[in-house]
Design a protein around this ligand. Structure first.
Ligand SMILES: *Cc1c(COP(=O)(O)O)cnc(C)c1O
Length: 429
């Protein structure tokens, strides 16, 4: 992007919106209002907005339940017995996976535990988990408790990589060096796809390649990556992954998560797993026989019958993704985020107020920018909030802004900048 491409003007923002091939999708979402005025919603990293079609998708299942009762499992447009299958197509596309490698199920944290049962196989000498320092708390607790479960002291078992002094994000080369140096101790690499706090996008391909040189399995938590950046999990040879559907997948609070298990593991009888009846061979499921015989692929990790109402909401959102493509969305996303970055620096340029800790290279970040404030951060955040900006504050001093290409426009970025400028000047007094 030439440095002088962007302009701080409403005309420029509107010109960009006019030419935006995915701008029309904004109409498919409810935009929250405060005092009758639409908010500038930059919080899709925490909870994605509701597609207007969600209600109809759920209503269809409610009607099926009301009119058919238990028969809804077998008849109707979307028999509940196979509910999970409908989401595979769109999920596989978003993840860069085969349909057999993905399945929607459970919630993120519970899935991560289940996947660690299968892929964290420590021995007395090779028991460490390589992960990023400052990971999302649930992920930290999960790794800690898994280490303890296997009889290890988490202080010893969990190898956290931190950024270098005076840096905020990790260098891929530093991850690779740790892997090489400690290959004989490391039993698993477990990282975010995109770091929730800094917004850094990890080089999953390079990390996966390096770990596999040393026969170390690799898993990613894609909570902040799915629906945000293109993924190629199959080709990158990632062993496993999980995510949540309520951030960039817009499936609603606490809705169904999912797992990816690489094809190479999908039929392995060597890998232990915790089993449930829904993971059992579906041709025999209702024979109620003894002896677990898993379905092939990721479905073999299923435990319970499907959350049909949740999956209906997820499908409403996935059907929107399916009308465009993650590559198309990403093109807009890179521009939106760069525009936001440009305007923030224009406005705060001479103030020494803040630093954007998210990498400035597009291929090292998703849509989110994390602003580290040197002063007056919370004051500015509160002032933005009262002017109708929905963003996210993380103590002690970071504001996260996530413009989402499906429902944010260039004009949203411009409008944000106007409010931001006022808030910065106000707090400058
Ligand atoms: C959002 C998020 C979670 C949330 O976990 P749930 O089980 O869905 O409550 C966990 N890990 C990361 C990295 C997240 O960003």
């Amino acid at each position: 992007m030439p440095a002088n491409f962007f302009e701080y003007s409403l005309e420029f923002a509107q010109k960009m919106d006019m030419a935006d091939p995915v701008g029309k999708f904004k109409e498919n979402f409810f935009i929250p209002e405060i005092g009758g005025k639409q908010t500038i919603y930059f919080c899709g990293n925490s909870l994605g907005l509701q597609p207007k079609t969600v209600q109809a998708y759920i209503q269809e299942e409610l009607d099926s339940w009301a009119t058919r009762g238990v028969e809804g499992h077998f008849v109707g447009g979307n028999p509940w017995l196979y509910a999970r299958k409908k989401s595979k197509h769109a999920l596989a596309k978003l993840l860069g996976a085969n349909e057999s490698e993905v399945v929607a199920m459970n919630s993120l944290s519970s899935n991560l535990h289940l996947l660690l049962v299968s892929f964290y196989r420590p021995t007395k000498t090779k028991f460490k988990i390589l992960t990023e320092a400052g990971a999302f708390p649930s992920d930290q607790y999960i790794l800690e408790s898994q280490a303890r479960f296997h009889g290890f002291n988490p202080e010893e078992a969990i190898l956290e990589i931190s950024p270098r002094d005076n840096e905020h994000t990790l260098r891929t080369e530093d991850i690779l060096v740790q892997l090489a140096l400690r290959q004989s101790e490391i039993a698993l690499v477990m990282l975010s796809g995109i770091q929730y706090y800094t917004g850094q996008l990890f080089d999953m391909k390079a990390i996966s390649e390096a770990a596999h040189q040393f026969d170390i399995p690799v898993g990613f938590d894609l909570a902040h990556a799915i629906g945000n950046v293109p993924l190629e999990l199959h080709d990158w040879n990632v062993d496993f992954a999980t995510w949540c559907s309520y951030k960039y997948l817009n499936a609603g609070p606490g809705n169904v998560s999912g797992i990816f298990v690489h094809e190479k593991h999908g039929n392995s009888s060597q890998i232990p797993r915790f089993a449930g009846w829904w993971g059992h061979d579906e041709d025999e499921r209702f024979l109620m026989k003894k002896g677990f015989s898993p379905m092939s692929g990721a479905d073999g990790w299923l435990l319970s019958n499907d959350n049909v109402l949740g999956l209906a909401a997820l499908q409403a959102s996935l059907d929107i993704f399916d009308k465009t493509s993650i590559l198309e969305l990403r093109k807009k996303s890179e521009l939106l985020t760069s525009y936001l970055e440009f305007l923030i620096y224009q406005i705060s340029n001479t103030t020494h107020l803040l630093e954007i800790i998210t990498p400035s290279e597009s291929n090292k970040r998703g849509c989110q920018l994390s602003l580290l404030f040197r002063k007056r951060g919370k004051e500015i955040f509160d002032s933005l909030s009262s002017a109708g900006v929905v963003a996210d504050w993380r103590n002690p001093n970071v504001m996260r802004l996530a413009p989402v290409p499906l429902y944010n426009s260039f004009e949203d970025i411009y409008n944000f900048a106007k409010v931001f400028e006022t808030s910065v000047r106000k707090s400058d007094l």
